[in-house]
Design a protein around this ligand. Structure first.
Ligand code: FES
Ligand SMILES: [Fe+2]
Length: 411
């Protein structure tokens, strides 16, 4: 059982908190590139408990600065994009992407006052149609070039949903393979049965046929970028890709999933202690011989969280996940939870978070902080078709069967 102190340590992400400091060692996907254009050159964001403004200047560069103009505190989300940066709507002070004030049109000619005015600014990079922000200390780490951002000849899209709950309960779900069988099959199919006609519903057996295959065992391995999750389902052999390959959970909060020609990163971006932005990056790979049309822009969808009647949207798989996270409360109470054998993965992950916070407290680089440029980092995902491969598993298809570092039988 956790102590109150550890619960706070694991969940709080504001400046100066242990988790906030750990999170500040990573690049965060905070918006889609397509969200900032000529019609909408700015976006108000909140990240790790700080309010900020993203803007695209007239030269196409993206900045991330504190929202209030240093002069009389007007919000720069109403600023005008110019070649040198963003100009405040109120009296025209101009800030560049580093937050430096570079023009104060009503100060006397020759005044050097502007040199003393600088807003807080964070580093921004764009990759694969995503805007990433880094809020930590120098030196700035390399933004990792994960395969999904780099593949050519594929079709990409992104979506985001704002969730009223703490990031950790969202991401602990990634370490919990068994919820698939219940939340997405038993509950999810019960939800869909409500839209069936009477005859179909009468023949529908939600307690067995559609429960989803039972989990025989679950396994977890630490690897250089986080944790690999494996599951063995009823009727599957140990050398199936489910167990041999599995799929990764990138530290600190990104799940990679995939099936057939669909791959997705699901990032649980901590907005503040009680809000999370769920940002997903979806890639469709071509069928053998298929040539996908090149994309001029990567579409982004801001998904609604609720139905019109105010209930949480649970008519799709990620919606069901989001429902499960939200109904645990704004910050779920880990002091009174009762963990079972299916929760070994999330215990491993909590221990890893604590260990990595200590590494930061001791002045080190935590896991999955990158200091060297690599042209592409390819990640394992079971039963998915990588570009250029005719079989599932891609470059991992011949990976040998090994015993997981942490394994639990569920039968
Ligand atoms: S408040 Fe921004 S220039 Fe005056
Ligand atoms: Fe799920």
């Amino acid at each position: 059982m956790l102590t109150q102190e550890m619960q706070e340590r694991l969940t709080r992400v504001g400046p100066g908190t242990p988790m906030g400091e750990l999170m500040r060692r990573y690049w965060h996907p905070i918006a889609a590139s397509s969200e900032l254009d000529d019609d909408n050159p700015t976006k108000e964001i909140r990240l790790l408990g700080e309010d900020l403004v993203l803007f695209r200047d007239a030269r196409g560069r993206v900045g991330c600065i504190e929202p209030s103009c240093a002069h009389r505190k007007a919000n720069l989300s109403y600023g005008i994009p110019e070649p040198e940066g963003i100009r405040c709507p109120y009296h025209g002070w101009l800030y560049d992407i580093d937050g430096q004030c570079v023009d104060q049109p009503s100060e006397p000619e020759g005044s050097r006052f502007k040199e003393k005015v600088k807003l807080k600014a964070y580093k921004v990079e764009e990759l694969g149609g995503v805007i990433f922000v880094y809020m930590g200390p120098q030196p700035v780490p390399v933004l990792p070039k994960w395969d999904l951002f780099m593949w050519e000849g594929v079709t990409r899209s992104t979506y985001s949903v704002d969730l009223p709950c703490n990031w950790l309960q969202c991401h602990e779900n990634s370490l919990d393979p068994v919820h698939f069988q219940w939340l997405h099959r038993y509950y999810g199919m019960w939800r869909s049965s409500k839209n069936m006609d009477d005859e179909t519903r009468a023949g529908f057996d939600r307690t067995s046929a559609v429960r989803g295959k039972r989990h025989v065992k679950i396994g977890f391995d630490r690897f250089e970028y986080g944790i690999i999750k494996r599951r063995l389902l009823e009727g599957e052999a140990e050398d199936s890709e489910w167990w041999r390959i599995g799929h990764p959970i990138l530290f600190p909060y990104t799940l990679r999933v995939g099936q057939d020609h669909w791959f997705e990163f699901q990032c649980r971006v901590p907005i503040d202690d009680t809000h999370t932005m769920h940002f997903a990056y979806t890639v469709m790979t071509p069928e053998p011989g298929e040539v996908m049309a090149p994309q001029t822009t990567i579409p982004h969808e801001i998904r609604p969280l609720y139905f019109e009647n105010g209930r949480i949207k649970d008519d799709y798989v990620v919606g069901q996940d989001q429902l499960a996270w939200i109904i645990q409360g704004p910050i779920m109470d880990r002091l009174t939870e009762r963990l079972g054998v299916t929760d070994v993965g999330l215990i491993m992950y909590r221990n890893m978070l604590d260990e990595q916070m200590k590494i930061v407290e001791d002045g080190g680089d935590p896991v999955n902080v990158h200091r060297e440029e690599k042209s592409i980092i390819t990640l394992p995902t079971e039963f998915a078709y990588y570009p250029g491969y005719e079989e599932t598993g891609g470059p991992f298809r011949d990976q040998k069967l090994t015993k997981p570092e942490l394994e639990r039988s569920l039968i």
